[in-house]
Design a protein around this ligand. Structure first.
Ligand SMILES: Cc1ncc(COP(=O)(O)O)c(C=O)c1O
Length: 383
């Protein structure tokens, strides 16, 4: 990618960056939006140089999205990949086969599954830690080859002291990766907090409409960016031009969607905390939440994912998911529509996640409608 767009918009606020970054140059009669180029190959003869050649190696439609996301994250490089998991795998691609990686015990379950697969096949040592316990993370970093952090975690919403653990990793020469899917670059910018590499499931808030599966990596490290681009080509972990176009279109309203979703989530968390059928609510906006103070200090917003445990355990959780009519019972998160699921319905979810935890992805609907649907579902639980 070029740096042109990021540099042009750098002094602007994130909302303006979301709207303006990655636009084509302003020329008389030129398009306002980057064109979608649907071509697997390009006219070329002779010895290949740096020109566009074949879409597995690079597509024009990637660059506008990559530069827009890089501008939002304050990064020199953005690399779009075929899914969030492709981004995670690419970011972990430099791990020595029998190396050591430190990861939150409640990281995204497929990230943990991928690491387990590397353990089975190559003998990778995975140190699963409570990422909110800074001393435990720092102790685990000794002799590690990589810190793969996530904050807030999926689905437990633990908040790491990112500046502290990223500094500890750097002091020990341990490269760090942060999955910033939950917070979005509007909630926190991990590169500014000391991370080497940031990964995203673009599928979620960045694209925002539950209509694409995509991933991305951003970094200031030239070598890491080159390595991740090479990984993308070698593994064929590429994004389709139409998907990238949709993701950039979604990114244009990221600030509006995230602002409304976050406000809805804070209001719903507050009301849920007072509901008699609720045993526990997890959301960093709540002063009682274990991650509240840390999130208030290092994030610019609290995010729009809520963890809910109804009174009555697993059966009650299943009953709530079955009873809602406006909320969509579905996996995934970060779409305009509110969705929820009991996480342990996946047999692969971490056993330390409570059986009755409902992960709620709060969307941008009217908060009173969301509350009415939820309250009706909770009121219907046996007393
Ligand atoms: C935090 C986090 N990281 C990574 C991923 C993987 O992204 P994708 O589903 O786009 O492969 C997810 C998906 O749920 C996620 O929640």
């Amino acid at each position: 990618m070029t740096h042109e767009h990021a540099e042009t918009v750098a002094p602007h606020s994130p909302a303006t960056v979301a709207v303006t970054a990655g636009r084509p140059p302003r020329v008389q009669g030129g398009p306002v939006n980057a064109p979608v180029v649907l071509s697997s190959t390009y006219v070329s003869q002779g010895v290949p140089g740096s020109e566009q050649l074949y879409t597995r190696g690079g597509a024009e439609t990637w660059e506008p999205f990559e530069s827009a996301l890089a501008a939002l994250e304050g990064a020199a490089h953005g690399v779009v990949l075929g899914s969030g998991m492709a981004a995670v795998a690419a970011a972990l691609g430099d791990l020595p086969p029998s190396g050591v990686v430190v990861v939150p015990r409640h990281a995204y379950q497929v990230t943990l599954g991928y690491l387990d697969d590397l353990t089975r096949r190559h003998g990778l040592e995975v140190r699963r830690v409570d990422v909110a316990d800074t001393d435990a993370v720092v102790a685990a970093l000794d002799g590690a080859d990589l810190l793969m952090a996530e904050s807030p975690t999926n689905p437990m919403l633990e908040v790491a002291d990112l500046p502290a653990i990223l500094a500890a990793a750097r002091d020990r020469g341990v490269p760090s990766v942060v999955d910033n899917t939950f917070a979005t670059p509007l909630g926190q910018r991990p590169l500014d907090l000391g991370a080497d590499v940031v990964v995203h499931s673009v599928t979620k808030y960045l694209a925002g409409h539950s209509d694409v599966v995509l991933g991305a990596v951003v970094t200031n490290d030239d070598e890491a960016a080159a390595r991740i681009r090479a990984y993308r080509t070698l593994h064929g972990a590429i994004a389709g031009p139409m998907e990238v176009f949709l993701a950039l279109r979604g990114l244009r309203t990221l600030h509006l969607r995230v602002e409304r979703a976050n406000a809805n989530a804070a209001e719903l968390a507050r009301r849920l905390a007072d509901h008699p059928a609720v045993a526990e609510v997890r959301h960093p906006s709540l002063p009682s939440d274990p991650g509240h103070e840390r999130a208030a200090a290092q994030m610019t917003s609290f995010g729009a994912i809520i963890g809910l445990r109804p009174v009555g355990g697993r059966e009650a959780a299943d009953a709530v998911v079955a009873a809602v009519r406006l909320w969509v019972p579905a996996t995934s998160l970060g779409g305009v529509e509110s969705a929820l699921e009991r996480r342990r319905r996946f047999t692969t979810e971490s056993v330390t996640v409570p059986e009755d935890l409902i992960r709620m992805s709060v969307g941008v609907e009217d908060v009173e409608d969301l509350w009415a649907d939820l309250a009706r579902a909770l009121d219907g639980l046996p007393a």
